[in-house]
Design a protein around this ligand. Structure first.
Ligand code: NDP
Length: 337
């Protein structure tokens, strides 16, 4: 197979004017193979996706891309073209989520990627490239959160579980994963009217209006939840902590409302609540493999298909705008071929 030298990629760049004002922008460009960074595995990318972070990067917001110019995209699913890593050979189907992609290393919103083989995970048998991209960082993070609850001793018999940011990528897959394991899952959403049927279809037993969690509340409130997966942060996470049962476990993975956490030590010292942080970007390889193995075993692929929208590379900008505006739900995969 001949290697074409030019390929399409969404490149984020930053310019600085005479006053030192920095502006970040992104564009679909035709680039050369020499643009890629060093890495021991070169991948023909099949699919990437639009996560919240990709939305930020593509819309010129700071905080995600940290070197310029950089190919965006925190997810890659593709086929190895060439490798000097003995673990990988041409034709292997691989996945990479995070690990600096789209932040400090060229990412997946391109027809080709060159990465370190060390963090690559083999595509599980039975999961297509498109479905692996539909899972993406969001589903991987949802699974890491479920694993954290389990390690905290939570089982379906422990009691009700709350998922915040329910209609988002992380939230949607978290609901499907928990419900498949027999948990009573409650979905906190701002879109119950529009998406209540969708959330119940994923397995939510109950819906919570997210506005009841959005404003600062008492540090201890009525005990409602054995566990929670929170992708929202800020006052929402503070209220979730205040509503946990004694010994409850909360996996904190996101900041859709904000990065602050206006709480007190009360939930921790009076209710023995456990707050566990989730970081998908730097997850070590054994944890990545465990999470992908569990995703392959637990996730209902029919449900996954139902929450997935597919777009082309040139449509990524519109999807980025919509994810920041909070008007899309579930997962958006990008067919980059
Ligand atoms: P999405 O945009 O798909 O989903 C976020 C959801 O949060 C929305 O759908 C909405 O749910 C809810 N939401 C949005 N704004 C607010 C608000 N102001 N107050 C309360 N709820 C709000 O994003 P993802 O699911 O991809 O990511 C969710 C979060 O998790 C992001 O902050 C992301 O950066 C973070 N993340 C962290 C990772 C990690 O490694 N720790 C990895 C992946 C994501 P609804 O409409 O149902 O109310």
């Amino acid at each position: 197979m001949g290697i074409e030298t030019q390929f399409r990629a969404i490149v984020v760049d930053r310019t600085e004017d005479a006053e030192g004002k920095k502006t970040q922008s992104s564009a679909l460009r035709l680039i050369d193979d020499g643009f890629l960074m060093p890495g021991d595995v070169t991948i023909a990318v099949d699919y990437s996706g639009i996560n919240y972070k990709d939305g930020l990067a593509l819309m010129g917001r700071p905080g995600v891309v940290r070197v310029w110019p950089l190919i965006a995209g925190i997810d890659v699913v593709g086929t190895v073209e060439s490798s000097t890593d003995p673990r990988w050979g041409a034709g292997d189907r691989v996945i990479l989520n995070g690990a600096g992609l789209g932040e400090t290393h060229h990412g997946g919103l391109a027809e080709r990627a060159r990465v370190s083989g060390a963090s690559l995970v083999r595509l599980p048998a039975g999961i297509s490239a498109k479905r692996a991209a539909a899972i993406g960082t969001a589903g991987f993070t949802a699974m890491l959160s479920v694993l954290a609850l389990e390690r905290g001793g939570i089982t379906p018999d422990s009691g009700d579980v709350l998922v915040t940011g329910a209609a988002g990528g992380v939230g949607s897959i978290a609901i499907a994963l928990l419900a498949a394991r027999g948990y009573q899952v409650h979905a906190s959403t701002g879109r119950a009217d529009e998406l209540g049927g969708y959330l119940r279809g994923l397995g939510a037993a109950g819906l919570v209006d997210r506005r009841t969690l959005s404003d600062a509340g008492k540090p201890l409130q009525g005990q409602r939840w054995a566990a929670a997966i929170d992708s929202v942060g800020s006052a929402t996470l503070a209220n979730v902590l205040a509503q946990m049962n004694y010994g409850g476990v909360v996996a904190a993975c996101g900041l859709a409302q904000g990065p602050d956490l206006p709480t007190t030590v009360m939930p921790f010292i009076l209710r023995a609540v456990n707050l566990i942080g989730i970081n998908s970007v730097e997850a070590p390889l054994p944890l990545r493999e465990e999470a992908w193995g569990r995703l392959a075993a637990d996730l209902d692929l029919g449900l996954l298909d139902g929450l997935t929208e597919e777009i082309g590379l040139d449509e990524a900008f519109g999807a980025a705008e919509r994810i920041l505006a909070g008007t899309i739900h579930g997962r958006t995969v990008v067919d980059v071929r």
